[in-house]
Design a protein around this ligand. Structure first.
Ligand SMILES: *[C@@H]1O[C@H](CO)[C@@H](O)[C@H](O)[C@H]1NC(C)=O
Length: 121
């Protein structure tokens, strides 16, 4: 069987919304390449003095508006069907991380991903 040659490219950007000056979001690498059907963690580390910040993962498909994948408030059933079974993230409040775990990558996962912080509530 021919070797699988198709790759999924994931572009990462960080975005921090409604920030106070001390708040920030860090995504260590700007782009990662994932082999189809493989898993990947997209990192998101934030800094804020707020104890219960909103942290959100958005996907932006080419020529589309960003779309919410999930947030720290999402229950599994809130996650859109496209992402529900393969995308997850667990909020590590002590480490201040909300890494996105993508399993069994497919070509249509090729997109720009934003981790966003909203230190409200
Ligand atoms: C990512 O999610 C898959 C499926 O839920 C799980 O098996 C795997 O352990 C997770 N990876 C990490 C690093 O959390």
């Amino acid at each position: 069987m021919e070797q699988e040659r198709t790759w999924v490219t994931v572009l990462l950007f960080c975005l921090s919304i409604k920030m106070t000056r001390a708040d920030s979001v860090t995504q260590p690498s700007n782009s990662i390449v994932v082999k189809q059907r493989e898993s990947s963690i997209i990192q998101c580390k934030y800094e804020t003095a707020v104890t219960a910040p909103g942290v959100f993962w958005y996907i932006q498909d080419p020529n589309q508006a960003p779309q919410l994948i999930l947030s720290v408030y999402s229950e599994k059933e809130d996650i859109p069907p496209r992402f529900q079974h393969r995308f997850s993230a667990s909020h590590e409040k002590t480490e201040k991380t909300f890494h996105l775990n993508i399993t069994a990558a497919v070509l249509s996962d090729s997109a720009t991903y934003f981790c966003a912080l909203s230190p409200t509530l």
